[in-house]
Design a protein around this ligand. Structure first.
Ligand code: C2E
Ligand code: MG
Ligand code: MG
Ligand code: MG
Length: 287
């Protein structure tokens, strides 16, 4: 890393001239501004019923497009927003906008929203969710909040209590990225969740080897026994679609259907989405 040039001063500002500390401070300031100015927006990825190819809902995914045309992935800015103490503000902005967007769509289209571990350890979360639902008039039954197993590593008691309060609002809870954390099976029995989202890594592997396919089938069957719905993440090919449909998985999500779209594009996608005819194995999506 270049930290400076002997004897010279810089004529042009380039981030790579900055020290790691300066770069980090710079990134944090940019994120602060982006959250304050509500530059970060929700995009929507369709969720499709595997049995009949109908649209079930969408998952809101945060997107940050910078003025220079670059995009910062949520895997980078979500942890950073937690670090600088702005995750709650970001979440509220995004959820409010998503509820308003989703109100314009068909009533049956549900909205899934991610919660980070830190948010579930904040006792005020259920009040804030309730107030956004009240303010926007969005029906709690259409909202599903996604949590991950990492949530329960830090302070399981608060998180469990927060989940119970969210559920009391009529909001549903899904366990995201299932299979990637540890203690997965014990969580399933303990948690009052409604859905299990099978991680993309399993969906990817399951076509390549039979053992992974068996794991996916076992997760679906176990979920059914516990009366939990299942969603498979990261379906990219029609072969994966058919395998997961055969395994009895309820809902699919992935590039086969669509990537995450802006509110406007998602509306267009919904209008153009054609349900497959009865008996047809594959799904015909346009747009
Ligand atoms: P996630 O909740 O598991 O979201 C699914 C991720 O998989 C998304 O990545 C999505 O774009 C990607 N994906 C979906 N289908 C496919 C596929 O067929 N192939 C491939 N390769 N990828 C697919 P994204 O948007 O980059 O988000 C990454 C993670 O960042 C999310 O994982 C979630 O944990 C977090 N995240 C995103 N938005 C938010 C948010 O608003 N709040 C919080 N707390 N976390 C968020
Ligand atoms: Mg998710
Ligand atoms: Mg996920
Ligand atoms: Mg995932």
């Amino acid at each position: 890393q270049v930290k400076g040039r002997p004897g010279g001063s810089f004529e042009v500002f380039h981030p790579w001239f900055l020290s790691d500390v300066e770069q980090a401070a710079n990134a944090e300031q940019q994120l602060r501004d982006a959250i304050r100015n509500e530059t970060i927006q929700p995009y929507y990825q369709p969720l499709v019923e595997l049995e009949n190819g109908r649209v079930a809902g969408c998952e809101a995914l945060a997107r940050w497009f910078r003025e220079d045309g670059t995009q910062v992935p949520p895997a980078i800015f979500i942890p950073l927003a937690e670090k600088i103490g702005m995750i709650d503000e970001l979440f509220e902005n995004l959820l409010r906008r998503a509820c308003l967007d989703a109100k314009g769509w068909d009533e049956r289209v549900t909205l899934s929203f991610n919660l980070s571990a830190q948010q579930l350890n904040n006792v005020s979360l259920p009040y804030r969710v309730a107030s956004i639902l009240g303010e926007t008039g969005f029906k709690p039954g259409r909202l599903e909040l996604e949590i991950t197993e990492s949530t329960f590593v830090q302070n399981a008691e608060i998180a469990l209590d927060t989940i119970a309060q969210l559920k009391a609002l009529g909001v549903r809870i899904a366990l995201d990225d299932f299979g990637t954390g540890y203690s997965s099976l014990s969580q399933l029995a303990k948690l009052k969740i409604d859905r299990v989202k099978i991680d993309r890594s399993f969906v990817m592997q399951c076509m390549a080897d039979e053992r992974s396919m068996s794991v996916v089938q076992a997760i679906v069957q176990l979920s059914r026994t516990l009366q939990l719905a299942t969603t498979a993440e990261g379906i990219e090919g029609s072969d994966q679609y058919l395998e997961l449909q055969k395994a009895g998985c309820d809902i699919g999500q992935g590039y086969l259907f669509s990537k995450a779209l802006s509110s406007l594009d998602f509306q267009v996608w919904l209008d153009n989405f054609t349900e497959p005819k009865r008996g047809e194995g594959t799904l015909a999506a346009t747009g």
